[in-house]
Design a protein around this ligand. Structure first.
Ligand code: NAD
Ligand code: MN
Length: 369
């Protein structure tokens, strides 16, 4: 089967990193029999807004609805803003998540070879942060109160349905994983501020109800403020985390520091019918156009896309084979010492992407024979 991949290169380093992910997927197509991905490149983002006074053309929104999966780079430029003062990228990404019901922001954090994290003990890290992605503090995005250049508000919204579905997703994920590094216990930790905010006390209450449906998986809670410290000191205690939208946005960038930075932080925005895969980081204007971004987060996000397609199309053996190949190629490339400059290496973004694509072809040639 042919899968339509709606592809958004975006702004800043977005085009550079997406091109390397597409390169890896095309290399996989060469060596995995039956893997058939068709990339359609779509316009959206800050540069598009500057040129056309729209966040994205109607044709892009239409294509996103029709695609089998969405692959994205990163968007936004600090100097290109909407009339309300906000940046363009949120008006695309936040709305894609809402329109396509992409409620689970899945952000895996783990070590890749040769990367060092901020924790001096380099404790084992293998966790997934699940960020509720359709409500919370982002629910009133584009709305809220606005009074004559004097008063602005954004309101935290937590619903039962929104909390149940993201909590269920988190427990399902924990069941498929092998537990926290500390002792292998499958654990879902609800990260909230239930001691102060009634919306988040409700989030915790609904989480506990969902936890009760999953008696085989350990569940616990943490308050987001002290949790931020514990995460840095004892990352080995955590397996799957589930949290409100804004907390998840902040904590996932923080967690990336445990394993070597944002260039290694992939993500999937996942719903029941649609999903979008993009690195957890932004468009990095400070290094854009210099061919020095780390494309690992985007390549691994593309691998997550293959995994998600594989779950939806269990009869297509090419998808899991390609996912496995891309993941192994990233690991082996980094094991061989090939790294971008953010990790102390010397490769360019495209040079690293070439190395991954070559490894995909080499490993794939071995398995196809
Ligand atoms: P950022 O994630 O773009 O960059 C933070 C720091 O990490 C920068 O020093 C950057 O150089 C570095 N970095 C990020 N990705 C890297 C990579 N792949 N390789 C090497 N280094 C990398 O965050 P920011 O600077 O706060 O935001 C910049 C722009 O990105 C803003 O316009 C913001 O709105 C936008 N943004 C977009 C998204 C998205 O597209 N989903 C997410 C967050 C921020
Ligand atoms: Mn973010």
């Amino acid at each position: 089967m042919t899968y339509q991949v709606a592809t958004l290169r975006g702004d800043g380093i977005g085009p550079e990193i997406v091109d390397e992910a597409v390169k890896a997927l095309r290399a996989a197509q060469e060596v995995v029999p039956g893997l058939d991905l068709e990339f359609t490149f779509l316009a959206a983002g800050a540069d598009h807004y500057a040129a056309h006074a729209e966040v994205a053309p109607d044709s892009t929104w239409q294509a996103l609805h029709e695609a089998d999966a969405i692959l994205m780079g990163s968007m936004g430029h600090p100097d290109i803003r909407m009339p309300d003062g906000t940046e363009v990228q949120g008006h695309f990404i936040v709305n894609v998540r809402k329109k396509l019901h992409l409620y689970a922001g899945v952000r895996p954090i783990k070590f890749y070879p040769g990367a060092r994290g901020v924790n001096p003990a380099q404790k084992d890290v293998d966790l997934v942060l699940v960020r509720e992605s359709t409500e919370g503090l982002f629910a009133s995005f584009g709305g809220g109160a606005e009074i004559e250049d004097e008063v602005y508000s954004d309101t935290m919204i937590v619903t039962r349905r929104g909390t149940e579905r993201v909590a269920r997703y988190a427990f399902g994920l924990a069941r498929a994983r092998s537990g926290r590094p500390l002792d292998g216990a499958r654990t879902v930790t609800c990260v909230d501020k239930a001691n102060i905010f009634r919306s988040l006390a409700f989030f915790r209450k609904v989480f506990d109800e969902v936890a009760a449906e999953h008696g085989d998986i350990h569940s616990d809670h943490a308050l987001v403020d002290s949790f931020s410290m514990l995460l840095m000191q004892h990352p080995e205690r955590y397996d799957v985390l589930v949290t409100e939208n804004m907390f998840g946005d902040i904590l996932s960038d923080l967690a990336a520091a445990l394993v070597g930075g944002l260039g290694l932080a992939p993500s999937g925005d996942i719903g029941d019918r649609h999903a979008m895969f993009q690195p957890a980081h932004g468009s990095a204007p400070d290094i854009a156009g210099q061919d020095r971004a780390n494309p690992v987060a985007t390549i691994v996000s593309a691998r997550m896309m293959l995994d998600w397609l594989a779950q939806r199309h269990p009869d297509d053996a090419a998808l899991p084979a390609a996912a496995d190949l891309v993941e192994r190629a990233v690991v082996e490339t980094m094991e061989a010492g090939d790294r971008t400059v953010d990790l102390g290496g010397s490769l360019t973004c495209s040079g690293f992407g070439d190395a991954v694509a070559a490894t995909v072809r080499r490993l794939g040639a071995g398995t196809a024979a």
